[in-house]
Design a protein. Structure first.
Length: 489
């Protein structure tokens, strides 16, 4: 007998004899019971019912289809912004979260770090190995210490020479040109940047090395991005995934081992600089290492993929950027740090790529320790707040024809609207690695413009718009992006 029928028989035995209930009716009762349970589980708490909300069933269906976060935002959340709403409730990680979708309200939340501190995720398996005592998720005095240490480490040097050297390794893979899966190639590039410049460990990803550390990280990221578990984290309490937990613990052990090796061989990398800070405990060092590694390659590789994609779709912008770079280099083949202060159009292309497909579509969540008023909305204590970068960047009120790629938004009089471009967040807790990432992007794009021309292949799945992959952390990363390159003479 089916298990559900057995349970239903047991449930009904105290009221009716099962032989009196037709089989079809029993299955109807099962469906009704499941629906009633879902209604209970998805009910909006009474203190939040005055706020607009996205249908939880629409959100669940989006996750079941493995829809990318940017598509979900444009389809389900952006209509609320266009109607003038500043916030909207969304069912997320087993709870109702309030997405902040108005630019001014996002700035309020991000600027006031006392009223809106960061939310930790230690109770969620999906975020446990990233949410800890680190520069992204800590608060108060701990955050101030971490922020000062990490910022000081990033301020030591912008290693343009490393970016250039790794660009040449990328070109060795690309040769005279052809169709390449650029989204994969550029992830290898950013992995080697993170390894050599931040961790002092050469993954040799550009050489095709199957580094066990990288494979382990990618495996953990893939295993935790399960739609049903993302929507219903209670499943991890009821039915723990012991193998996944063991894999996460093993990855943390690898971080500890890397720290121990680095203590014995300090170098000119960010991790060595952090180890000079005696105030950071081993747990704090490991947590910062984990967050810098995960954020340091995925988000930058996504930004570079988006920029390359739009320059492929707009050859006139690609050529204008190339002419600018060649003029600034004046016969040289490698850029310097100073060169990038004289490439306004290249910089505008990068900013527009970050706007139109922000790698981080949802900023790390905040919460309200006390009841607050946010704009016209009363927000009770204990509310989970998510600043929705994608909704801000795709609202036509903020950016006319928001779906159009237009670098001129960031040049001349239009630059006044650039304050609404927040791919790295805004306020005192915006990304401490933003300048590192921007110069990394400028260097590789500059080197590519000098050495290659590129177009989208025929019949590309990205022909109409960039297609991002599904993930657990609100990232918008182009998925399986093929680009056709031709080496310039």
């Amino acid at each position: 007998m089916p298990l559900t029928a057995t349970f239903l028989d047991a449930y009904l035995s105290g009221f009716y004899h099962k032989s009196l209930i037709p089989v079809d009716l029993r299955w109807l009762l099962v469906v009704g019971a499941v629906f009633a349970f879902m209604q209970y589980l998805l009910a909006v708490p009474a203190e939040l019912r005055h706020l607009p909300k996205v249908s939880p069933y629409a959100t669940i269906w989006s996750y079941a289809r493995r829809e990318s976060v940017d598509s979900r935002v444009r389809r389900l959340i952006l209509p609320f912004a266009r109607r003038g709403e500043g916030v909207v409730l969304v069912y997320l990680l087993g709870k109702w979260a309030l997405h902040v979708i108005d630019a001014d309200l996002v700035k309020t939340v991000c600027q006031d770090i006392d009223r809106f501190p960061k939310k930790t995720y230690q109770d969620h398996l999906h975020f446990r190995f990233l949410s800890g005592p680190n520069v992204v998720f800590s608060n108060g005095e701990m955050w101030k210490r971490h922020s000062a240490s990490v910022k000081a480490a990033f301020d030591r040097e912008i290693p343009i020479h490393r970016f250039v050297a790794l660009s040449y390794e990328l070109f060795e893979r690309m040769g005279a040109g052809g169709v390449y899966r650029f989204s994969d190639l550029v992830q290898r590039y950013t992995l080697d940047v993170v390894g050599t410049a931040l961790l002092g460990h050469n993954f040799q990803a550009m050489q095709g090395s199957k580094d066990s550390f990288v494979d382990h990280f990618n495996r953990v990221m893939s295993r935790i991005a399960t739609p049903t578990r993302l929507m219903f984290p209670l499943l991890d309490q009821w039915f723990p995934r012991h193998a996944v937990i063991a894999d996460i613990n093993a990855l943390n052990a690898r971080y500890d081992a890397l720290l121990q090796l680095k203590r014995q061989d300090l170098g000119l990398d960010l991790l060595s600089y952090l180890l000079e800070d005696s105030t950071l405990s081993n747990e704090e060092l490991r947590s910062n290492l984990a967050i810098l590694f995960s954020a340091g390659h995925d988000s930058t590789s996504g930004a570079l993929s988006t920029a390359i994609y739009h320059l492929a779709k707009h050859p006139e912008f690609q050529q204008k950027a190339r002419d600018e770079v060649l003029s600034v280099l004046a016969g040289r083949i490698e850029p310097t740090l100073r060169d990038f202060y004289n490439t306004p159009f290249l910089n505008a292309c990068i900013k527009e790529a970050l706007r139109i497909n922000s790698p981080i579509s949802l900023l790390p969540a905040r919460w309200t320790p006390e009841s607050v008023t946010l704009g016209k909305y009363y927000i009770p204590a204990g509310t989970f707040l998510v600043s929705n970068v994608c909704a801000v960047h795709h609202n036509d009120t903020n950016w006319p024809q928001a779906q159009k790629f237009d670098p001129y938004r960031f040049i001349g009089p239009a630059r006044s609207r650039a304050a609404i471009n927040i791919p790295f967040g805004t306020g005192p807790r915006q990304c401490v690695a933003r300048q590192f990432s921007l110069f990394e992007q400028r260097t590789l794009l500059c080197m590519l413009l000098v050495n290659y021309e590129w177009v989208l292949p025929q019949n590309s799945v990205h022909a109409k718009q960039v297609q991002n992959g599904f993930g657990a952390f609100g990232l918008s990363i182009p998925h399986h992006l093929d680009i056709e390159f031709l080496r310039r003479k």
